[in-house]
Design a protein around this ligand. Structure first.
Ligand code: PMP
Length: 424
């Protein structure tokens, strides 16, 4: 078995053209240097959650060691410091996704809470009996269930745009679903189960032509590609810090300012009010109107540091490197005749979902773990995708820029051993 250090050396030798110094990057992620079950950790579960660079870990520690106090309304030094760091993070996240104003960024627990917030504020005031929300077959449960709840509350109806055998959105079918009752489209940017990158500009343009707003679930896009919400022109965009090398329990909702201004609050409590009497409460300005209670202050600050870390590496380099990795992995897996890839879209992020003939996904995952290789197995919170491809579960290897071709090779070797064991 190759050691973790050898693995990265192999990468640079094999890929002299890449301008990404993977060896250096791996050193910035302390967790990657360990062994699991006596083997170098090969972490291929980045779509579930990615690992954290030292700069993010240090930011959290330093914040708690030196700067912590509750934010807003404090006159003392630590309160001011924490508030400045928190509001500074809002500006960083605004720049990260190209929003026009910092007030258009609402901090939430993650993409899941983001979609629930949009559904229960914007959605709840917009939708009535018989109105329609359009989603797609490839959505994560967190972009299905909040809309189902909203449908139960309002009498609205969920319509689902289909995907083809490669896992691509069928654009013509999607457009056919946009009718006079359609009030909202909510769609993923990148599918977590298939890797498909959705052609959002076309999706948004088709909706806007009919006066329909678009919510984007960007949870799987922001770790891999430059997102510019003004260029996309979507009404809302939500994403999670922990999938983009930041802390868990924090994420953001971007919303166009005028829409946020018009929306009712999400949760009631401290921070989201200007004044409270038993007779009348006035709500705070956007975005504070949507941030009731003490937020994840350290998490927000770490989130912004992670976003800056990605920008510093550069999305051009990240995308080029991950594209190489994906091509290598696709080629290697295609040589294993027992493996069937699920999700073969022309435009794909670095996700490989597959089934192995005669071996249940969970068995594959367990045996790979014994080799130190972390993949995810199951329905990936996208059961309708599993139904679409008539499989109960897949094995999913999801890559990040710190992965190497040698790690892919290690996975394929382990996979061949699994197949041998099960066929013998
Ligand atoms: N959408 C997609 C496409 C996802 O992959 C995930 C996480 N697996 C989510 C939404 C939910 O993100 P979180 O659990 O961080 O709220």
């Amino acid at each position: 078995m190759i050691s973790a250090t050898d693995t990265t050396k192999l990468t640079n030798a094999d890929h002299p053209t890449t301008s990404l110094d993977v060896e250096q990057i791996r050193r910035e992620f302390p967790i990657l240097g360990q062994t699991i079950n006596g083997k170098p950790l090969v972490y291929l579960d980045n779509a579930a959650s990615s690992q954290k660079p030292q700069v993010v870990i240090d930011t959290l520690t330093r914040y708690y060691r030196e700067d912590h106090a509750n934010i807003h309304r404090a006159v003392h030094t630590l309160g001011v410091r924490a508030t400045e760091a928190y509001e500074g993070a809002r500006v960083q996240v605004q720049r990260f996704i190209g929003a026009e104003r910092a007030e258009e960024i609402i901090f939430v627990r993650g993409a899941t809470e983001g979609i629930n917030l949009i559904a229960q504020t914007y959605g709840r005031s917009l939708l009535h009996q018989g109105d329609e929300i359009v989603i797609t077959t490839m959505e994560h449960h967190s972009n299905i269930v909040p809309w189902q709840i909203l449908c139960e509350q309002t009498g609205a109806v969920l319509r689902v745009a289909p995907i083809n055998d490669d896992g691509e959105l069928m654009l013509d079918e999607y457009e056919k679903l946009l009718g006079p009752r359609t009030k909202l489209v909510s769609i993923t940017h990148v599918s977590n189960a298939l890797g498909t990158i959705v052609p959002l500009r076309q999706v948004v343009a088709a909706a806007h032509d009919r006066g329909i707003g678009v919510v984007v679930d960007g949870a799987q896009a922001t770790p891999h590609m430059k997102v510019d919400v003004r260029e996309l022109d979507c009404e809302f965009y939500t994403f999670s810090s922990h999938k983009m090398f930041g802390p868990t329990g924090v994420g953001a909702v971007y919303g166009k300012f005028d829409l946020l201004e018009a929306m009712p609050p999400y949760q009631g409590g401290g921070e989201m009010i200007k004044s409270v009497t038993f007779e009348k409460t006035t709500y705070n300005d956007v975005p504070h109107k949507f941030e009731a209670g003490t937020p994840n202050i350290a998490g927000v600050i770490g989130f912004a540091v992670a976003a800056n870390y990605l920008v510093e590496i550069g999305f051009d380099r990240i995308a080029a490197y991950e594209h190489e990795l994906l091509s290598h992995a696709t080629e290697m897996l295609s040589k294993v005749s027992e493996v069937r890839l699920i999700g073969t879209a022309a435009e794909k992020a670095a996700v490989l979902s597959f089934v192995v003939n005669g071996v249940h996904a969970h068995d594959v995952g367990t045996i790979l773990d014994s080799e130190g290789i972390a993949v995810r197995t199951g329905h990936h919170c996208a059961q309708p995708v599993m139904d679409r491809f008539a499989v109960p579960a897949t094995v999913r290897a999801s890559l990040a820029f710190y992965n190497t071709p040698a790690e892919i090779d290690a996975m394929v070797v382990a996979l061949r051993n699994v197949i041998k064991v099960f066929s013998g």
